[in-house]
Design a protein around this ligand. Structure first.
Ligand code: ASP
Ligand code: MG
Length: 478
């Protein structure tokens, strides 16, 4: 029996006194295993299998002399987004990556999105026939996109000699409620997937879909393949859930808007939630919530370039956090102004109830009142506006509003960071910075980890760059 001690799993220093554990294995452990895997793992070295267990502050290595290899093994969920499987060359590249991971001795479960643009294509077909597509048929139609990628990727894996089998959400027994457009996962019965893994096969699971108790096909909301991956990682107790995408991690801002954006080595779950909820498109917000709740180790990586990506962590780094970790930009907003409402609170209550009933969320909100009347401004998702339109018109009529003004030319910028809590001067700096470059702020909202503003959509890049510089993110060293 060998003992290795470590003060902290992630920054472990391993002290080992054994001839079996040469430098090579030590390097493997410190470089690859410790930063990535959280609970326990098996390491194969020569004729020895070592079981590594995290055990409050130390790692015990137990010898079991039956295997013959020199790699460590883990169960990894690898999820590939639409651009990663966007054409056949890319799909074959993904197959090689999966086969390589498998060849290193790891168990792999793959989750795939529909090929780039396919979900939108299907959605447009539906909308060309029915303005507000029937929810059941919407789900039946949209889930075909992921089925295409699972079958093709499975075939590509087979041609590489890697045993694989495709699974729809229903076949993978991803059980959801019966909301067709944005279902919640209730349970994953992973017996079938476990048997597949035990037989040495790679299950390739269709993301974004599940099945209700009544046997109906459901979808998990746009971007929902991330949630599939996280749910499978939680159910299978995977060592890591890797989300492969077209960027090599989470950035301080969208590099397309802010050329000086920097990759973050790590970001906390709470920051990631705020970023994802504020328009950062890399991870679906529900997936981050699910991962946080189920303590799934989550990493965002590029399909096209090697690198450590960004690890989503539970604790903030040991360094004094800078007030702002990242800036999220959203161009999916619409701003509504209702003028001349009665000054009582009844109208507002009814407005919120009516929107709630049709599942439309209000985001930023502002109310200007005098003794006789009030104007309200608020934002909602542009996608939701078509659904909310009739309700809002009726509401405006009922309460004799003098005008209902819609503005689709707005964008939202959100500063996010755990450090915001202790920096009350952020809003002041934000106003000064944007004032200096001549950008008007239409709405503001602030919470513990986030300050959001609404500006003219045309100014989004300009505004994001100015704030990125002002808050010291141009040369971030997180
Ligand atoms: N294909 C779905 C979408 O485009 C789900 C996903 O990609 O995660 O929203
Ligand atoms: Mg996505």
């Amino acid at each position: 029996m060998l003992m290795a001690s470590a003060m902290n799993w992630r920054k472990a220093t391993i002290l080992v006194s054994s001839s079996i554990l040469g430098n090579c294995l030590l390097n493997n452990i410190t470089k690859e295993l410790l930063p990535n895997y959280s609970q326990s793992a098996r390491v194969r070295y020569n004729s020895t299998e070592l079981n590594l267990h995290r055990n409050v502050g130390f790692i015990a290595l137990l010898l079991n002399p039956t295997y013959n290899n020199s790699v460590f093994m883990a169960l990894i969920i690898q999820k590939f987004g639409g651009t990663s499987v966007g054409n056949l060359d890319r799909l074959q590249h993904v197959a090689k990556k999966v086969a390589q991971t498998r060849a290193q001795g790891h168990d792999v479960v793959v989750v795939v999105s529909a090929m780039n643009g396919e979900t939108d294509r299907l959605l447009n077909l539906a909308k060309a026939i029915q303005i507000d597509p029937d929810p059941r048929e919407y789900a039946v139609l949209l889930t075909t996109g992921e089925q295409v990628s699972t079958a093709l990727l499975t075939m590509a894996l087979m041609t590489l000699g890697c045993p694989a089998r495709s699974y729809t959400g229903a076949q993978a027994r991803i059980q959801t409620d019966n909301h067709h457009e944005k279902a919640n996962i209730l349970n994953v019965d992973c017996q079938a997937l476990r048997a597949e893994l035990a037989a040495g096969c790679v299950p390739v699971v269709a993301g974004f879909q599940g099945i209700s108790a009544g046997g109906e096909i459901t979808t998990l909301g746009r971007g929902g393949s991330d949630t599939t991956a996280v749910a499978l990682a939680a159910a299978l107790k995977a060592d890591e859930c890797q989300i492969y995408t077209d960027v090599d991690g989470i950035y301080t801002a969208d590099p397309k808007l802010v050329p000086k954006a920097q990759r973050l080595d790590r970001v906390t779950f709470s920051e990631m939630l705020e970023l994802a909820g504020s328009g950062a498109k890399v991870l679906q917000q529900r997936a981050v919530e699910f991962a946080q709740k189920n303590r799934v180790p989550l990493r965002v990586l590029s399909s096209f370039q090697d690198g450590p990506g960004t690890l989503v962590t539970f604790e903030a780094g040991s360094k004094e956090p800078s007030p702002v970790t990242g800036i999220a930009a959203s161009q999916r907003e619409a701003k509504l102004t209702i003028k001349g409402l009665g000054a009582d609170s009844e109208s507002m209550t009814q407005l919120l109830t009516a929107l709630n009933a049709i599942h439309v969320d209000i985001d930023l909100f502002n109310q200007q009142a005098n003794s006789a009347a009030q104007d309200v401004n608020f934002t909602l998702l542009r996608d939701d506006y078509a659904r909310a339109h009739t309700t809002l018109r009726k509401f405006a009529e009922k309460f004799n509003a003098s005008a209902l003004i819609e503005d689709m030319q707005v964008a939202k910028l959100s500063l996010v960071g755990v450090g915001l809590r202790s920096h009350p001067a952020i809003i002041d700096k934000l106003f000064k910075t944007l004032g200096t470059v001549g950008i008007g702020i239409q709405l503001v909202s602030a919470s513990e980890l986030k300050v959001s503003i609404v500006i003219n959509e045309k100014e989004i890049g300009h505004g994001a760059c100015a704030l990125h510089t002002a808050f010291g993110l141009d040369s971030a060293t997180p």
